[in-house]
Design a protein around this ligand. Structure first.
Ligand code: MN
Length: 406
């Protein structure tokens, strides 16, 4: 991946105060044994800029930069004072806070809280980061930081903590799972005070429903008694009807549960529309799935706030009921548990509960036996949960199987 054999004249414009000049001299990384090719210079406060890296060009002003590197290269870490962190293939380096010195690691060293092959290094204004050729260094940075003169390898740029979800609704602060939008027939976005639904008007079933659960949503409202058409969709758009379920053998299964919206009668009524309903076996709806719904309210009773997305998973040729409403093979739920206010700026230690409950007449028992990774649900559905969460954090929490907290 070495593309620049000549020593580079480029030098770092703003050398950190605690670092000998040669440590951050770009030419050293090109010519020396420690770095094979290219230079990434990261200065701060210079103004907006783009990145030109092996054909990848992108503008950014905040988020995450992923910089490939070679096994064995030295990587200067990145506080205002600058720390150099040599590492070898397989070494895992922990996340560090600005101002914390990371000691050099030996090959084979393992430090918790990061994935193998990934370095997560927050840095401050004045930080300098050399380029490298293989592997990945993930470096969050602050708005105003500028990266330039990227000459080799691939630089992938993640937008970092996104804002699309939080701008849309309190229920989607972690991001939208797909590109649903108003008027799109197969993923019609329905933003309501009580929850957000993406409804497939051709299948006549929701793709997903997202909602936030905290004590403000819970009260003593009486449960609504009848299901109705969602008038937020035009009458020309396909939607399941009550008669589709009559004598079908399947329950009208809420995704956002009635019992999660009991603060007012209006809130409770809002869950009784078919844009929040899938055909569900009674065994799941009143059994295993219900134990999972109860768990979320138990967590809220313990002081947590939970951000939930649920939806159906269909087989290749689903059974239909009524005038062609498909029955899912299973239903999924992803619940992200917060101690305080939900934010897309979550940490890798944030609890994510992901479950797939079979939509069968024989399913029984507690939800815990059906835990999966959120990533596996993404692979089964094509959805991207936590899409406004930095990708490196998603990669950790979505690949971790939930276990009961101690
Ligand atoms: Mn995701």
């Amino acid at each position: 991946m070495h593309v620049d054999d000549e020593p580079r004249a480029t030098t770092v414009a703003q050398a950190p105060v605690d670092q000998p000049a040669e440590e951050v001299d770009a030419a050293k990384f090109d010519a020396g044994a420690e770095v094979d090719a290219g230079v990434v210079e990261v200065d701060a406060g210079v103004g907006a800029s783009g990145v030109d890296a092996g054909g990848v060009t992108s503008e950014f002003d905040a988020g995450i930069v992923a910089v490939p590197f070679d096994a064995g290269v030295a990587i200067p870490n990145v506080d205002a004072g600058v720390v150099v962190v040599p590492f070898d293939a397989g070494v895992v380096i922990p996340n560090v806070d600005a101002g914390v010195v990371v000691a050099p690691l030996d090959a084979g060293a393992v430090i918790p809280n990061v994935d193998a092959g990934v370095v997560v290094a927050p840095f401050d204004a004045g930080a300098v980061i050399p380029n490298v050729d293989a592997g990945v260094v993930v470096v969050p940075f602050d708005a105003g930081v500028v990266i330039s003169n990227v000459d080799a390898g691939v630089v992938a740029i993640d937008a970092g903590v996104g804002t699309a979800g939080v701008a849309l609704s309190t229920h989607t602060v972690l991001g939208l799972p797909d590109d649903s939008s108003v008027g799109r027939l197969d993923r019609w976005l329905l933003v309501k005070p009580q929850y957000v639904s993406s409804y497939d008007t051709t299948l006549k079933t929701p793709r997903w429903v997202s909602w936030r659960l905290d004590p403000t949503w819970l009260g003593s409202a009486t449960r609504a008694t009848s299901f109705r058409r969602d008038t937020q969709l035009p009458t020309t758009a396909g939607q399941a009807r009550d008669e589709d379920f009559r004598n079908s053998g399947f329950d009208r299964g809420h995704l956002c549960p009635s019992a999660d919206r009991t603060s007012t009668d209006l809130d409770n009524d809002a869950t009784f529309v078919f844009t929040n309903i899938v055909p569900q076996t009674h065994a799941s709806n009143a059994g295993t799935w219900a134990t999972l719904e109860d768990e979320a309210r138990t967590l809220v009773a313990q002081g947590k706030t939970v951000v939930i997305t649920a939806g159906p998973i269909f087989g290749v040729t689903p059974q239909n009921i009524g005038a062609g409403v498909p029955v899912p093979l299973s239903t999924f739920k992803v619940a992200v548990v917060f101690d305080g206010a939900p934010t897309a700026n979550l940490t890798t230690s944030t609890r994510v509960i992901a479950v797939i409950v079979p939509n069968t007449t024989t399913v029984s028992g507690n939800w815990r036996q059906f835990r999966v990774t959120a990533r596996s649900i993404e692979q089964a559905t094509g959805l991207d949960f936590l899409s406004d969460v930095p990708r490196a954090v998603q990669d950790v929490v979505e690949n971790r199987l939930d276990v009961d907290p101690p």
